[in-house]
Design a protein around this ligand. Structure first.
Ligand code: AMP
Ligand code: MN
Ligand code: MN
Ligand code: MN
Length: 274
């Protein structure tokens, strides 16, 4: 079994169409795949169709942008019904915010001397869904930064000109909406929020109290030490294990679909509950 429960298509900030994503998964011998676009379920129909043709077991997913107190957290929904009104309502709220946020990011970048940032970033998105990745890819292509990571550092985090706080839906709402859609809610990439271990544990307990079902134990960025740390936190809080590459597929990224470190998931594997 090679499963990947966290991937993106061009319906959010990935590069590939759902069809091409399935093809890439197939080439990497994936047996199970979830498409988890940021705040979007628009790619799921196409992905389902092509997964059927290629024999991959496909899981409907979404990665919801949320806030908890002052933090932006990503909650992945797996096994969701993409037609759920409750879920669609939350995604709609986030996407309306995303449009306003993109304008503010653009204004900030313009002050930093970049011309027509929003118009230029839109050229990198196949949909109306404009993410920071699209701004980042645009700035790399223009030669303003050498890579995407450096754009985030120089322009889009902390107090930099293009940093705009995400006013996303509450984590509690996202978890509730994922459940209403028949799915399971997972905290994405727990170590990417740059929290101390004790703060991370507190956040996870808060999320568990809000109904969270699982944690991403392994992704493309996690170290062996992080995996064991987070597995212990999952065990302490009776949370399921999920895992995924967070594949985005841009030509300048070298993350492989299905390319997550092998790990013994035992009985707590979320895949068995989907
Ligand atoms: P947004 O949903 O618009 O806030 O964009 C978030 C996306 O930007 C994430 O899902 C990542 O794909 C990407 N991203 C965030 N931080 C970084 C970073 N430091 N380096 C590269 N990509 C990043
Ligand atoms: Mn992304
Ligand atoms: Mn994420
Ligand atoms: Mn992701």
């Amino acid at each position: 079994m090679i499963a990947d429960l966290h991937t993106h298509s061009y319906y959010s900030d990935g590069y590939l169409s759902p069809k091409d994503l399935i093809q890439a998964a197939s080439k990497s011998d994936c047996t199970h795949l979830a498409l988890t676009d940021h705040d979007s379920v628009l790619g799921l129909k196409e992905a389902n169709e092509f997964a059927k043709l290629s024999g991959i077991k496909f899981i409907n997913g979404v990665e919801v942008s949320t806030k908890l107190n002052n933090l932006s957290l990503h909650v992945v929904g797996l096994g969701i019904n993409p037609k759920s009104d409750s879920l669609l309502d939350g995604l709609d709220t986030n996407n309306r915010h995303r449009v306003e946020r993109a304008k503010k990011i653009s204004e900030g970048l313009q002050i930093a001397g970049i011309e027509e940032p929003l118009i230029e970033a839109k050229k990198f998105s196949k949909t109306k869904n404009i993410t920071r990745t699209h701004f980042a890819q645009m700035l790399v292509k223009k030669g303003i930064c050498p890579n995407v990571q450096s754009v985030f550092k120089k322009f889009m985090t902390g107090n930099k000109p293009g940093a705009v706080k995400g006013e996303w839906i509450e984590a509690s709402e996202a978890i509730h909406q994922i459940h209403e859609a028949g799915g399971l809610a997972v905290l994405a990439h727990p170590f990417r929020y740059k929290l101390t271990l004790s703060k991370l544990k507190k956040i996870i307990i808060s999320l568990k109290n809000l109904g969270l079902d699982g944690l991403e134990i392994v992704n493309s960025f996690s170290t062996t030490e992080e995996t064991y740390l987070i597995k212990n936190i999952a065990d302490e809080n009776h949370l399921l294990y999920s895992f995924g590459s967070d594949f985005h597929g841009w030509p300048n990224q070298n993350i492989k679909i299905g390319g997550i470190p092998k790990f013994d998931y035992g009985d707590n594997l979320i895949l068995d509950r989907l």
